[in-house]
Design a protein around this ligand. Sequence first.
Ligand code: ADP
Ligand code: NA
Length: 332
Amino acid sequence: SFTPRVFSGIQPSGDLHLGNYLGAMKRFVDMQETGIETVYCMVDMHAITVWQDPEKLRHATRELCAGFIAAGIDPAKSILFNQSQVPEHAQLAWIFNCVARMGWMQRMTQWKDKAGKNAQNASLGLFAYPALMAADILVYHATHVPVGEDQKQHLELTRDIATKFNHDYGADFFPITEPVIEGAATRVMSFRDGSKKMSKSDPSDASRINMTDDSDTIAKKIRKAKTDPEGLPSEAEGLEGRPEARNLVNIYAALADTSVDAVLKDVGGKQFSEFKPILSELAVEKLAPISGEMARLMQDTSEIDKILDHGAERARAIASPILKKTYEIVGM
Ligand code: ADP
Ligand code: NA
């Protein structure tokens, strides 16, 4: 009985890369084009669960917004905004802090990974992060959330919070949100080590293509990407046990909006020395306009700020009545 609505967020925590583009933004654009209502958020309140330099955070938030728009998010079609500008997220998060149990939070693998052995020194916010994420989603009554593998457990917790709230207050109020899981094909791996995700936290800049890289840098990074001595197989099975080779073919398929099998039909039998320039050409064709548009938007940030203000207004128009009703249900 809930109107379909998609929510997703990305932290403004620094350099955007090809993994963020193919694994998140490009999927968000595809969902926007289906006509379902799409709500996309820069989650700066999540970013500060670990200390951020204020100027860098401000810059990263605008750059993330520029990235969304350059990747094809249309602020007239999708609601695009910054989390801290919509106070309903924090307000609902407090209620969810009172619904969620300590034990649930302690079981989160990301908490265990991030806090590590020094949990006593982690921020309370880092511990409570999944309750804020639940509020991000449920303050819009979002029915679907595109998530990566690493966020699956947090979405499970969001469903637990919704279920417990509905049960505790005898109200069928929050939807039980469905994950839209990214396929293996949209997981982009490091150019240096095919067993690791492409990530901004990798110290090697050669391990990833940044969304702000120019054409020469993109071509150079692909030329230097690790492969194995074999050529390209003519079928997907031939990529098994060859993570670096598979990664480059996956990237080609994702950028070309086609399947791995279709790519191998064309390039099977070639050496990587022949395939890499073909991949480079496609990557530059798809990504150079994005980095160009990001640079243009970042020159005068008043356009971005206007888009974010407008997005926050639209977000509040949905979130505010849902929060109001939540308060009523709780007795506040
Ligand atoms: P990072 O891993 O660089 O820290 P984030 O964790 O901020 O990036 O991820 C932001 C979004 O981008 C998430 O939706 C995440 O699933 C997606 N994402 C990040 N890295 C990759 C990758 N290598 N392949 C596919 N998707 C990715
Ligand atoms: Na992550």
